[in-house]
Design a protein around this ligand. Structure first.
Ligand SMILES: [Ca+2]
Length: 244
């Protein structure tokens, strides 16, 4: 009896120790985990795939952003899935046939970057974060390209964006392969439009909306930015603008 008693005691001790150890290691030995044990179900990151067809399929309640020119009808759109970052913009100048209108996107990804923007005619912004990639698209002829900061200057990547953007009327949408950005887990972002003609240069329609001291002025710096955690469940437009 004494031996059996000891055996029972040891078995109970082993179960208790196993349960405590199991709980500590997050392993379920006996049915439901103890209260406070993290769920084994991973959090699904926020994800929405946009079709690059010129039709606005961003979720307006979760992926639309005010710009510094929203009073004039300019709105930004941002979302992502596991493969792409998607950026859109709508506003009257998107359909402008002039060759001095550009949409500019600065991205901060994994690699080391710069706070000095690329020069367009005489406008060159200070950027509120360390930017690693820069995409430009010209409204009048649809020419586009991406530069990457090489440690010294903005260097052309040579990436071909045919089929990666679409402009229909006043609406533009684009996508950027995360692999081309170094597969970052978070993205810093700034969007704006510029006009580059001599003596009339301006910058407007920024995302974040509060980034430009005076929207529509000459050569304003970018004072704020967004940083999106691509692995989090949080919807894009619930993020708030950040300052350096
Ligand atoms: Ca679309």
């Amino acid at each position: 009896m004494a031996k059996n008693g000891i055996t029972v005691f040891l078995v109970i001790l082993a179960f208790v120790a196993g349960g405590v150890l199991g709980g500590f290691l997050g392993i379920t030995f006996f049915g439901a985990p103890p209260a406070g044990t993290p769920s084994d179900t991973p959090i699904e990151p926020y994800s929405h795939t946009i079709v690059i067809d010129g039709v606005n399929d961003f979720y307006l309640d979760r992926e639309r952003f005010n710009t510094s020119s929203s009073a004039s009808g300019f709105f930004g759109y941002i979302t992502w899935d596991s493969d792409y970052l998607y950026v859109g913009l709508n506003g009257s100048d998107i359909s402008n046939a002039g060759l001095n209108y550009y949409l500019l996107i600065y991205i901060g990804a994994n690699s080391s970057g710069t706070t000095l923007g690329k020069t367009y005619n005489t406008q060159q912004p200070e950027i509120a974060f360390s930017a690693t990639h820069h995409f430009w698209w010209r409204t009048g002829d649809g020419s586009s390209g991406m530069d990457a900061w090489n440690g010294t200057y903005w260097d052309e990547t040579g990436l071909n964006f045919t089929g990666e953007w679409n402009q229909t009327g006043a609406y533009f949408e684009s996508r950027f392969l995360l692999e081309n950005l170094g597969t970052p887990s978070s993205i810093k972002l700034h969007v704006s439009m510029i006009y580059s003609e001599d003596f009339s240069e301006t910058t407007w329609s920024s995302v974040p909306h509060n980034s430009l001291d005076v929207s529509g002025s000459y050569d304003p710096d970018y004072e704020s930015y967004y940083e999106f955690d691509l692995e989090d469940i949080i919807a894009p437009n619930t993020y708030i603008p950040l300052y350096p």
